[in-house]
Design a protein around this ligand. Structure first.
Ligand code: GAL
Length: 446
């Protein structure tokens, strides 16, 4: 009973799963009082209120709730519990890209009440926020014990290691952010091919529109998707070298190529769905799944949504390309977990990290999540066609970090960039957006 309870901490979203775990799923329906003891207890667990979390549990904090996000996490938790038997609280706070979860995490960290472990992007989010604040324990001992120093690509180790050579988290996956998901049938109907360049995009969009198909699905109800889309367009107009130079403060944000990224996005956004502001990322991806729209720019958690949640077949029901003009470049989004100082159930948390860094853990999680393993020795036969092709690209492409997913820049620059892009969306002033970014770079990057 306790285990069922613990697994269902993200109350509302997980109640269905709780039902499945009960011996008789119909029993609840026959109850006179529809609020069972379990459900009442589940409702008592609130990630925003650490007092509600049992002190001896391993509390796993993330933003992986429903619709394509949670299946991999639940499978990992299940594996962890089978191997080690700890009580687990799944503290997942809903909201794509962790917008809400990160706010909850910040207030808990500031109050000195960290969860046992939390989802954090490799790169600046981890190093500039929590490592710089001395809030994390180094994990060198665990990498020694598990022999992990040669198991992960150097690029990923660098993204989680400080200047003193201390490593602070364990990567569970690699996602790609610059993916153009396509509805293959929609392209067939319009008699055109999925575009690989901006020029091709502008050619095929009117042909799709002529068939009554929305060319590009957008869901910017959560505004991070605007920053996400824009970083892929930016990579397309500036190329990977300048992209990196911009974030290291070596290139000028008012350069014509940066201004062009906003102008290009404006041209592309002439082809989006009218109700974009009412949709989140899953709702936008769903338009492509259903053939109402032909394309969606998203990270490959959308592939997890298509394949795991909607049961679609890659290469048949949906296609994928790098976003226009970004072939050969791979924007990485790497989810990791670490060990906060003073973490409740430290021993259990370290065992959790062992599971998510293991080859079995990664090959259980990633095929469901839509990502590829962070480890170099994953068993590719466990992955679908999409996963295998992404893994190949990851080996050969130029890797660059994601801004929207907190790896490329310190958090205050990311916030300023988000504000610039949101303002651009309202005013469509490319020069002004570039100026705002230049100011943010002067403040936070140089
Ligand atoms: C990213 C995260 C992914 C996925 C996505 C959408 O920031 O790294 O794992 O959860 O947000 O919520």
């Amino acid at each position: 009973m306790k285990r069922v309870l613990a697994l269902c901490a993200a109350a509302a979203l997980l109640l269905a799963a709780c039902g499945e775990a009960d011996e008789d799923p119909l029993a609840d329906l026959n109850d006179e009082d529809p609020t069972t003891e379990d459900e009442a207890a589940v409702d008592d667990i609130d990630p925003e209120d650490p007092e509600t979390i049992p002190g001896d549990a391993v509390e796993i904090f993330s933003w992986w709730t429903g619709a394509g996000e949670e299946a991999g996490l639940l499978a990992l938790i299940d594996m962890f519990q089978r191997e080690y038997g700890y009580e687990v609280v799944n503290s997942a706070v809903a909201g794509g890209a962790g917008t809400d979860a990160q706010a909850v995490l910040t207030s808990r960290m500031q109050a000195g009440q960290p969860p046992s472990t939390f989802q954090i992007h490799a790169g600046r989010a981890l190093l500039d926020q929590w490592v710089a604040a001395d809030a994390m324990e180094p994990l060198n001992f665990l990498y020694d014990e598990e022999g992990w120093w040669d198991t992960f690509p150097d690029e990923l180790l660098e993204m989680t290691t400080d200047e003193d050579g201390n490593i602070y988290s364990v990567p569970v996956n690699v996602h790609r952010s610059n993916v153009l998901f396509t509805n293959l049938e929609a392209f067939e109907t319009a008699g055109v091919e999925p575009p690989t360049t901006f020029e091709e995009f502008m050619e095929v969009a009117p042909a799709l529109e002529a068939e009554g198909i929305t060319p590009l699905a957008l869901g910017d109800n959560e505004t991070w998707t605007l920053l996400h889309t824009w970083e892929t367009v930016l990579l397309g107009t500036v190329g990977p070298e300048m992209y990196n130079d911009l974030f290291s403060g070596e290139a000028d944000w008012t350069s014509p190529e940066v201004v062009e990224s906003f102008e290009m996005m404006e041209q592309m956004f002439a082809y989006i769905n009218d109700d974009h502001a009412a949709r989140n990322w899953q709702d936008a991806a769903q338009l492509v799944a259903e053939g109402e729209a032909a394309m969606n720019i998203m990270g490959d958690w959308a592939q997890g949504y298509f394949s795991t949640d909607l049961n679609l077949e890659p290469g048949v029901d949906f296609g994928w390309e790098p976003t226009p003009n970004t072939g050969g470049s791979f924007i990485t989004v790497v989810d990791t977990f670490g060990l906060p100082e003073g973490a409740p159930n430290r021993e259990g948390t370290i065992d959790w990290l062992r599971v998510l860094g293991s080859v079995e853990g990664q090959d259980t999680f990633n095929p469901l999540k839509g990502s590829i393993p962070a480890r170099l020795d994953g068993d590719l036969s466990q992955y679908n066609e999409y996963g295998q092709s992404t893994y190949e690209d990851f080996q050969t492409d130029t890797l660059v970090p994601s801004l929207a997913h907190n790896s490329a820049a310190p958090p205050n620059f990311t916030d300023a960039a988000m504000a610039a892009v949101v303002q651009w969306m309202a005013q469509r002033d490319a020069e002004a957006a570039a100026q705002q970014l230049e100011q943010a770079a002067a403040d936070y990057l140089r």
